[in-house]
Design a protein around this ligand. Sequence first.
Ligand code: AMP
Ligand code: ZN
Length: 493
Amino acid sequence: MQLYKNQTLSVHNSLSGKKEVFEPINEGHVGMYVCGPTVYSNVHLGNCRTFMSFDMIFRYFRHLGYKVRYVRNITDAGHLEDDADDGEDKIAKKAKLEQIEPMEVVQRYTVDFHNTLQKFNLLPPSIEPTATGHIIEQIEIIKEIIDKGYAYEVNGSVYFDVLKFNETHDYGKLSGRKLEDMIANTRELTAQDEKRNPQDFALWKKAEPQHIMRWPSPWGDGFPGWHLECTAMSTKYLGDHFDIHGGGMDLKFPHHECEIAQAEASSGQTPVKYWLHANMLTLNGKKMSKSTGNNIYPSEIISGENDILSKAYTPAVVRFFMMQAHYTSILDLSDEALQASEKGYHRLMDAMDCLETLGTGNNSDFDVKTWKQQCYDAMNDDFNTPILIANLFEAVKHINLTKEGKEQITEGDKALLQSTMHSFVYDVLGIEGKKNGNDNSNLLDGVMDLLIGLRNEARANKDFATSDKIRDELTALGIQLKDGKDGTTFSTN
Ligand code: AMP
Ligand code: ZN
């Protein structure tokens, strides 16, 4: 169904700093590119928030009936420790540290990334390209930029000439920075610097002999600059001018600013119609940081094994918590906030269950049609999920009143309410119900009761071969049995 024909969606475009009506470049189609992870470590919950925000946006476009091509890359080369083109490649550094191949690092953390996002019920993108799979495309773009006069080669490296570009274009238009201010605020170049100006950035870096991640190029062996991969992969799959580019706020500068410069310099076209930026997740009011320990991984939140929170939370509750904030607002994670979300999640899910068997009457006390449009209005206002959730709770209130016999609902309105609740809760917000895969704790308890019972029976019959087999095979699965004076309990790894 082409719902988009009856809905007017506005999005906050970081390029204009305003909300704009979304009009796709090709009617009925949406092309969206989101910067993916650099796969050198486990994905943290902050990363997950950004990807979850764009998953919700992807889901809403699909719900509206658009054909969406969603491209989210994997950065598996070229991302140096320092944004100013210095330091080691993050992946090569990790490989050296662990004495494994860089591609083993990439594989390990790509698998972790996929597993984690699956737990939070994110849909896979349409295409998930890698930087190392697009070296040829990146080299071609560099050649074009050099041909157009916006890049120069020095000693096997190629740099983008920001000052030259700014003579005819506007470097800084996305981040709202002025080149003069940037120049005033940067240090002078030293004699060993290869760049003409400190603002210039690397398109290609010469690989020193010890650098393991290297590819041949017209300028000698080297590796691409980080910003370039996103220009190569977004334009390859979505064209020189596409609808949406997303990422976390922290990528606006220099990463996205440089992407615009590269694309404009090579193709002559402005690459992106709408730039969307998701805001950061903080922890107990402070920036998440691995070095200070103010950091939490998804697996720690799900297992409850951490020193920050009082208990474990299911991925569905965490996702619901994330959706309760607007994607452009900072969201602070704390035990209190998660507990409140857990309560809200259960209230919502109980109402969803109750709706299935709700009795109907001759009249409706709840104007379901108007309410349904209010749900769309919330999402049409730059994907305002907190307002959408407030509307869902308005429906919960009426469901509960109807259950208590204080209100009525007609059969037709009940069906409309059910289908709308399903669409927004499950399809658009991507919240999984209690019975779905992610909340298996009750199921596991039940299965373990059964196995412990069978083992006790075997022991009572002196069938120690069977009782030992049950214990050993559970241990192999990562489940430990502990026999105490009050019976047998279990724990998982
Ligand atoms: P990275 O792997 O560091 O390139 O980051 C992947 C994505 O996560 C980028 O879009 C970042 O902007 C985003 N990101 C990093 N830290 C946070 C955070 N604390 N909250 C939300 N998003 C984040
Ligand atoms: Zn990117």
